[in-house]
Design a protein around this ligand. Structure first.
Ligand code: CA
Ligand code: CA
Ligand code: CA
Ligand code: CA
Length: 96
């Protein structure tokens, strides 16, 4: 606990306890093995990859202006759907 703060612990498979092994973070997902939430959006890397299927390196996967963590935890909207309630599409259809 007093050295090597910037490298992973070879005795711990998941150094940041985010649900992804260090090797998978480095080799597969390009996430930070020492940071549980690489993009700081409120969802841990493991939750993004395994549960929500969002991009662990993109805070706002669908680009709708709400971070993935806010969508999941606060608004309960779909972080992969720009417009969860389909209001925009509904407007387009009803205007014709
Ligand atoms: Ca990890
Ligand atoms: Ca991580
Ligand atoms: Ca995240
Ligand atoms: Ca979003």
């Amino acid at each position: 606990m007093n050295s090597n703060n910037n490298i992973t612990d070879p005795l711990v498979a998941d150094s940041d306890s985010d649900g992804l092994n260090d090797g998978d973070e480095v080799n597969t997902h390009n996430t930070i093995p020492l940071v549980a939430d690489s993009d700081n959006d409120g969802l841990n890397d493991g939750a993004e990859v395994n549960t929500h299927l969002t991009e662990p390196l993109v805070a706002d996967t669908d680009g709708d202006g709400l971070n993935d963590g806010d969508e999941v935890n606060t608004h309960t909207t779909d972080p992969l759907d720009v417009d969860t309630d389909v209001s925009h599409r509904f407007t387009l259809c009803s205007s014709t």
